[in-house]
Each structure stands twice: as C-alpha cells, then as structure tokens.
Ligand binder design. Structure first.
Ligand code: ADP
Length: 219
C-alpha cells in the first residue's frame, strides 16, 4: 500500500497518548510526532522558540496555532515522515485540524483514536506522574526512580513536569474541554473517529487500537 498511515491519538492530558503513540510508532515503523515533546525540547535547549514558549508551557496554556502548525508542517517534510506519522498532542484546536487537512491534502488522516478516560482518573495520573528529563520515560511518584530521582533506563534526572502541578492540571483539562473536545465531532463527522477505553492496561489499549487499524485495512 503506497498510502501514508497518518494516525491521530486524541484524548485528555494523562489519557495515555504518549505511551500508546510510542508503541504504535514502533509497530508501524513510522515516527511519533509529539508537539509537546518538540516544544519541551526547545525549552530545554534554550532556543529562540523555547524562550518564546516557556512561560506558556509552564502555565499549561496552549501555544498559538500558527506557531504549532508551522512546527508540524516542517516535521512532515522530513524523510522519515513520508510513510506516515503518529500525531500525539496535535491537532488540539479546530484551527489546527483545518490546517492539518490542508497540509496533508488527499493523503489525509486515516484514523483518529480517542483514548477515553474519566477526568478524575487522569487528574490522579497526572499528579503522580514523574518523567525522565533525558529520555522521557514516565514513572509514578511511588516508583524507586521517582524517589531516587534517577532514571533506570538512561540515568537521567527524574522530575515532576512543571505543568503537572494542581493549578496547571486544572487549567489544561479546562482547555481540553473547551478547545480540543470539539475535535471529536470534527473527526466523527468525517467517519474517522474511533473511541477506545483508556482505563485498561496499556497493552490491552494497544491491542484494541491495532485491531481497529487492521479492521479498516489500514495496516
Ligand atoms: P499534555 O497533553 O499532557 O498537556 P503535551 O506534552 O501534549 O502534554 O503538551 C504540553 C504543552 O505543550 C501543552 O500544555 C501546550 O502548552 C503545548 N502544546 C503541545 N501541543 C500543542 C498544540 N498542538 N497546540 C498548542 N499548544 C501545544
């Protein structure tokens, strides 16, 4: 099949988008494109972009559509993205979804996977989440890596993301409801939306997603 496998993973913060996107990207040999990671890396590197967005990320607000659209447009030009991508954290506004349709043209989105998890559960997951600053591995606050502050995978520092504190979590979930939830209708109307229960073990969620991809003859 010459068509690109462009997938979107949608869901609240803490729904497991990053975890599932990483696995799907590996299974289908396409890159995992996370706008959150791109922006956080820019902040860590202290680049011009990073300086521009640091306070926005810290507060849990959204970076403006134009800037994010441009980042994704550039990412699509890279060689590894020509077979398809797993999009994680993009689009998250109607404006971004419309821009994405323009970017991809006829060879558009093949499936939008909505990871459904209740708000109380994602709030719990986010407050206890700790991440490795180097490799992005995630841990719970009770894991030995979180307590020692050292990643067992790469030796990097394990920290709490600045937007995983209560005020920022609340704001991000409100933003999700206001700006991102409308995308469910947007992709639903295009017949591209599937919803998967995100409150299962990660491998069960993956199996369900892969079954849906397979049933649609996408891979
Ligand atoms: P989460 O989904 O848990 O908020 P992400 O890693 O996807 O985490 O994003 C972290 C932050 O990066 C967001 O709170 C926002 O400030 C910024 N960001 C990421 N993706 C986008 C996007 N598509 N549009 C605007 N801002 C974004």
């Amino acid at each position: 099949m010459s068509q690109r496998l462009n997938l979107i993973v949608l869901g609240k913060q803490g729904a497991g988008k990053g975890t599932q996107s990483t696995v799907l990207a590996e299974r289908y040999a396409i890159p995992h494109v996370s706008t959150g990671d791109i922006l956080r890396n820019a902040v860590a590197a202290g680049s011009e972009l990073g300086q521009q967005v640091e306070s926005i990320l810290h507060a849990g607000d959204l970076v403006n559509d134009e800037l994010v659209n441009q980042l994704v447009r550039e990412r699509f030009k890279e060689a590894d993205a020509q077979k398809g991508v797993v999009l994680d954290g993009f689009p998250r506004t109607i404006g971004q979804a419309e821009a994405l349709e323009e970017m991809l043209g006829d060879d558009g989105i093949k499936l939008c996977i909505n990871l459904d998890v209740p708000t109380e559960l994602v709030t719990q997951r986010l407050s206890s989440r700790r991440v490795c600053q180097e490799c992005g591995a995630t841990y719970k606050d009770t894991d030995v890596e979180a307590i020692s502050g050292t990643c067992s995978a790469c030796g990097g520092d394990v920290i709490q993301r600045t937007d995983d504190y209560p005020d920022a979590i609340r704001k991000r979930l409100e933003t999700y409801e206001r700006d991102t939830e409308p995308l469910l209708k947007f992709y639903g109307a295009r017949g591209l939306l599937v919803t998967v229960d995100g409150d299962q073990r990660p491998n069960e969620v993956t199996d369900e997603i892969m079954k849906l991809v397979h049933e649609r003859g996408l891979a």
